[in-house]
Write a protein that binds this ligand. Structure first.
Ligand code: NDP
Length: 240
């Protein structure tokens, strides 16, 4: 039996690619999602991966969700904190709601989820926590005060979990992708997208599967000595 991996936001975009790549690598995968039942059901039908609906911004829902996953699939050995949203606005126009929705979904979620699995990982002496941050957690970006704060916060969280888990066989790493072709970018105007692609030395957006390769690499048993790191994957846009 393969190890059990749970991917949040694992039914669309980068998360779906991670779920599929982990399954292909032999993991028993569970995919969480937030609200898009149609996409989740289509994903389940296509892949055979069980899907679990809960809001990662809600601590109690995460507690119940992880119990459901552990009952059906088994104790979570690999957690991929991938679920995330964006609500872009320049600070002078950003509402408190836009700020807190992103902090709650992109940053609180990482605590909410990791907290549910950390004790089991410590007891079993093995764990892999991979959190999908962003190039915009490594730099500032116009209109993204909420998103940049959440994604930078994930990196701080990761480093601390790495220290705390180091003697317990637990690694924690972040991945910082640049711009990847998914529905998250659907609201970005064509003009801004052209500008973004112009800033990528490789000359194109990333593919979700290219990020998923990094997740599989960091999740591996053999990656035990990689911890507290931020793996940059952005076509050369930011060299950090
Ligand atoms: P998508 O919008 O394509 O998919 C987001 C996924 O997260 C969906 O499965 C969605 O569920 C889930 N989700 C959103 N909110 C919640 C919630 N409250 N509870 C549970 N699940 C939720 O995004 P991407 O694949 O593009 O992004 C994935 C991650 O990668 C995000 O954290 C994002 O910030 C990060 N990232 C993305 C980049 C990009 O260019 N695309 C670049 C760098 C980082 P549902 O289907 O139900 O809506």
């Amino acid at each position: 039996m393969g190890r059990v991996a749970l991917v949040t936001g694992g039914t669309r975009g980068i998360g779906a690619a991670c779920s599929k790549a982990l399954k292909d690598a032999g993991y028993n995968v569970a995919a969480n999602y937030g609200g898009n039942d149609d996409a989740a059901n289509a994903f389940k039908k296509e892949t055979g991966i069980p899907v679990f609906k809960w809001d990662v911004g809600d601590f109690q829902a995460c507690e119940q969700g992880v119990i459901a996953v552990e009952n059906e699939v088994g104790p979570v050995e690999v957690l991929v904190n991938n679920a995330g949203i964006s609500r872009d606005a320049m600070l002078q126009k950003m509402s408190h709601e836009q700020w807190s929705e992103v902090i709650r979904t992109d940053l609180d979620s990482v605590f909410n989820m990791t907290r549910q699995v950390i004790n089991g990982m410590r007891e079993r002496g093995f764990g892999r926590i991979v959190s999908i941050s962003s190039i915009n957690g490594q730099q500032g970006m116009l209109g993204l005060a909420n998103y940049c704060s959440a994604k930078a916060g994930m990196i701080g969280f990761t480093r601390t979990v790495a220290l705390e888990g180091a003697r317990k066989g637990i690694t924690a790493n972040a991945i910082a992708p640049g711009y990847v072709a998914t529905e998250l970018l659907a609201n970005v105007s064509e003009k801004v997208m052209e500008h973004i692609v112009g800033q990528i030395p490789v000359g194109r957006l990333g593919e979700a599967e290219e990020v998923a390769r990094c997740v599989v690499f960091l999740a591996a048993d053999e990656s035990a000595w990689i911890t507290g790191s931020t793996l940059t994957i952005n076509g050369g846009q930011l060299m950090d």
